[in-house]
Design a protein around this ligand. Structure first.
Ligand code: PA5
Length: 404
């Protein structure tokens, strides 16, 4: 697909039949609605000793957002868990926030089971499924978000209640005004990056055209830029069906940069997602030195001014629009995630569906490198049990040439 196609409304509509671009354009409204919904849920609670957010993929990113905001202001550590097992410190002083859009993700349900056994205080965010049932059965606070989207298109539906729950427990300072500012920022980004804006004036379309056929290498600065870099990677994975390398500055200067030696060359593009208010004063110099050493001319997007959530919103909007245009430019449907669906279906059906010789070999305990004895694999009491039965998924449901 060419630049002209990205500017042709009929071609865009045909290439994005499930409306991923419309979903990105509606993010501001979604953030406002999520704020109103979370107001109705009983999220109040004592200040926890620790906060753990358990969730996978498009849901688990809500934990990354909370951890990034809490970094600068919370006395309680915030840890994200993207897997079945919770850390050993989880106990009665822990606020465990379980986020699963479908409510049926087996890793998240396993983590919940373990957290409840350890006496953690649970809050659930889901559109339904077994997580919602469990919350209702146990009279646990539940934010029931609107179903019918892909989880990654429900980003703000899940992020906002997680943040408001943290606020209600004293982990974050009052942030309702930040939610409003983020919603306004998302509206403004949609006006700048949306499909009606021609590529000549649209930084997300320009970025997508640069990235097409390349390996995107995306780095973020500060806590918020790091989250946005992860979001950019996962959105390109799912919306554009491409592999992406993501990293955070300044750590990237100490290893990732070597993967780009002797220079970006024809096969890679560097994307910098910068949050200047959250950067160390030397980060700009660090990026300039890297670009000079590599001879790189990166795509650069800045979060600009405002409260943290509004700054993050701008970078997330850029990730969402750019990745969707990239999918369109590549000729793939941004919405579908056939391989994730297939993997989940196989897990739901059990070993019967994972039956090719190679898959059997991969699944065999003796496959590959043998685990070292005592290498942290033995589950603690109550940890890592087999996932609850029937844990299958029911899906409901700037520009070029800027200085770094
Ligand atoms: O984007 C996706 O569809 C995935 O990354 C899902 O979010 C992930 O598999 C977890 O599912 P859920 O969000 O329903 O808990």
């Amino acid at each position: 697909m060419t630049q002209a196609d990205l500017d042709d409304p009929a071609a865009l509509a045909a290439a994005d039949p499930s409306g991923m671009l419309a979903a990105a354009a509606g993010a501001g409204a979604q953030a406002r609605a999520a704020g109103a919904l979370a107001e109705q849920a009983a999220l109040v609670g004592p200040m926890p000793d620790t906060v753990v957010v358990a969730g996978m993929g498009g849901s688990g990113v809500a934990g990354d957002v909370l951890a990034a905001l809490a970094f600068a202001e919370s006395s309680a550590p915030v840890v994200t868990v993207k897997g079945d097992r919770l850390p050993a410190f989880v106990g009665p002083g822990t606020l465990l926030v379980a986020v699963s859009y479908s409510g049926n993700t087996d890793e998240t349900l396993s983590a919940v089971e373990q957290g409840l056994k350890a006496g953690a205080r649970l809050l659930a965010v889901a559109s339904g499924g077994r997580l919602a049932e469990l919350a209702e059965d146990r009279n646990v606070p539940l934010v029931l978000v609107e179903g019918g989207h892909q989880p990654r298109a429900a980003f703000w539906s899940m992020v906002v209640p997680v943040l408001l729950a943290a606020e209600a427990s004293g982990v974050l300072r009052p942030l309702r005004s930040q939610v409003a500012a983020a919603a306004a920022a998302l509206d403004a980004e949609a006006a700048e990056l949306g499909p009606a804006v021609h590529a000549a004036a649209n930084p997300a379309k320009q970025a997508a055209l640069r990235l097409a056929g390349k390996l995107p290498v995306v780095w973020g600065t500060g806590q918020l830029g790091a989250v946005a870099a992860t979001r950019f990677r996962t959105q390109c994975n799912e919306n554009a069906k491409v592999s992406v390398v993501s990293a955070a500055v300044p750590e990237a200067d100490h290893n990732d940069v070597m993967g780009l030696e002797p220079g970006l060359g024809p096969g890679r593009e560097l994307v910098l997602l910068r949050d200047p208010p959250g950067e160390h004063q030397r980060d700009g110099l660090r990026l300039a030195a890297v670009c000079e050493a590599l001879g790189a001319d990166p795509v650069v997007r800045r979060s600009r001014e405002g409260p943290p959530l509004a700054r993050l919103a701008r970078l997330v909007a850029f990730a969402d629009f750019t990745s969707t245009y990239l999918g369109v430019a590549r000729g793939v449907d941004p919405s579908t995630i056939a391989t994730i669906d297939r993997v989940k279906a196989a897990l739901a059906a059990g070993a019967r569906e994972v039956n090719s010789p190679r898959a059997r070999e991969v699944n065999s305990p003796g496959a590959g490198a043998a685990p070292r004895p005592g290498a942290g694999e033995a589950p603690r009491p109550g940890a890592g049990e087999a996932p609850p039965s029937g844990a299958g998924e029911a899906r409901r449901g700037d520009g070029r040439g800027a200085r770094p």
